[in-house]
Design a protein around this ligand. Structure first.
Ligand code: NDP
Length: 430
């Protein structure tokens, strides 16, 4: 390979994100740890208190529970059967083939868009299963939670090792941030930008399908558990949480194409960070409020239900309008006649509408929705509010990363844009 080719395909990483190898190691251990911790410190047997009466006993149960989960063959069969089903859906179900964003090499890869069809097939299959076997059978995912977490972790580890090994083949396009030469860090952050098996794109597949859809199914399973333990009927809080989560998932998969302009796809390689995030963290941590309500039912009443619904709709409106304004603009349309500034690269930045109010208005909408997902769990314990705390940290960090990337891309023009739009996320506040 010539030097020029080498610089395009595999530039050496000069700046490490996430605190380098130590930060990478921390996140790699903390993510599985918290996925288990949130289960073992918050479940039907021990309750859900930040200060439990017998914490030492819970630690012991956690160690024992993780050990047992490795031998939960039912959970492993369900999980890997499920994963195979989603892969089969990708292959069999109809879907439009589209081009992704342009890569450094000038190439645009082909992607099959049928995530939404996969979601519909999965929800119908689960619904049919519950219809035929009853809600008690539908609680099977809730009943095998630790085993399913372990199975998803095994999947995430295998995939991250596989793509890491594959990234050393000739002429692979590496992520700019994933070629430090430190094995631990590169494996964590992701070395190859778009690992593929033929036309099957491993990163985009995992990003939207197995984890997001499983999150919805886990919610349904939690609802089944609540239904059975209450001997029929769901609380208004459970209905809200399942509805909100499902709507978020449906929206993401319905707008599958918008993923191609997101940072995970354009910039990050596929390593353990994304594999464990997509396959373990999203389904098992994001469903925490539904799992909590499965064993701690909470009745909200009409007024609180209406207020939380209003909050969610407000967040969704901002999130969807902001994302659509940018997506349409990037596709070359501008139905709202938004103002923009032209950068020296020729690419334009919107300066009115939501993108004139803050540099990440979509994150603001996402935060409001996150709060509305937590509120139905009431105020007995802060544990089900874990998601909003985590999400504030995640998106604040993401905004900093994106601002740095944009500064690199647009140089002085980005400074100009920052002066025009000083708020980072919350208009006129932050
Ligand atoms: P964004 O969709 O916000 O995209 C950022 C990019 O948009 C920038 O790199 C830049 O790229 C472009 N851009 C920035 N400012 C402007 C402007 N004024 N005009 C036009 N283009 C602009 O980032 P993410 O990928 O982080 O987020 C996508 C969605 O996913 C968000 O709604 C977010 O809330 C959500 N999300 C959800 C997560 C979850 O776990 N639930 C996790 C992460 C994100 P360029 O100029 O090159 O086009």
């Amino acid at each position: 390979m010539s030097n020029k080719q080498q610089n395009i395909l595999a530039p050496k990483t000069e700046f490490t994100e996430f605190g380098g190898p130590i930060g990478g190691l921390f996140v790699s251990v903390a993510t599985p740890f918290f996925s288990y911790l949130l289960f073992f410190f918050c479940n039907e047997q021990v309750g859900c208190s930040v200060l439990p009466t017998y914490p030492a006993a819970i630690w012991q149960q956690m160690v024992q529970g993780i050990r047992e989960s490795i031998f939960d063959t039912t959970a492993f069969a369900i999980y890997f059967g499920w994963y195979a089903f989603v892969v089969a859906c990708w292959a069999i179900l109809p879907g439009k083939w589209v081009k992704g964003s342009e890569l450094r090499t000038g190439i645009r890869l082909d992607y099959k868009l049928n995530a939404f069809n996969t979601l519909v097939a999965s929800f119908i299959a689960f619904g049919a299963y519950v219809y035929v076997r009853g809600p008690a059978a539908g609680a099977i995912l809730y009943d095998h939670w630790p085993g399913l977490v372990t199975a998803s972790l095994v999947n995430a580890i295998i995939q991250s090792l596989y793509v890491y090994a594959l990234s050393f083949q000739e002429e692979k396009l590496l992520a700019k941030g994933g070629n430090t030469g430190n094995h631990l860090f590169d494996w964590f952050i992701g070395r190859e930008l778009n690992p593929r098996i033929g036309s099957f794109d491993i990163k985009t597949f995992n990003e939207l399908r197995p984890g997001m859809i499983l999150w919805g199914l886990l919610d349904f399973s939690c609802a089944c558990h609540q239904y059975v333990s209450r001997k029929g009927g769901l609380t208004d809080s459970m209905v809200l949480v399942v509805l909100f989560h499902t709507w978020y998932i449906v929206d993401a998969l319905f707008n599958e194409e918008s993923i191609f302009t997101q940072m995970d796809i354009t910039t990050d390689g596929f390593g353990f960070m994304l594999s464990v995030g997509d396959l373990t963290w999203v389904p098992f941590v994001y469903s925490l409020q539904a799992r909590f309500l499965a064993f701690m039912p909470n009745e909200l009443g009409y007024l609180a239900t209406a207020a939380i619904l209003f909050l969610n709709l407000t967040g969704y409106y901002i999130f969807r309008t902001a994302n659509s304004e940018k997506d349409e603009f990037r596709k070359g349309g501008n139905p709202k006649n938004l103002k923009s500034m032209t950068t020296s690269s020729g690419r334009k930045l919107i300066t009115s509408g939501w993108w004139g109010r803050s540099r990440h208005p979509n994150y603001f909408g996402d935060w409001i929705m996150a709060l509305s997902w937590c509120l139905p769990t009431g105020f007995l314990t802060p544990i089900p509010y874990f998601y909003i705390f985590f999400f504030v940290v995640l998106l604040t960090h993401r905004q900093l990363r994106d601002d740095e990337a944009c500064k690199e891309k647009y140089g002085k023009d980005w400074d100009k844009y920052q002066k025009l739009v000083p708020s980072r996320i919350i208009p006129y506040v932050y």
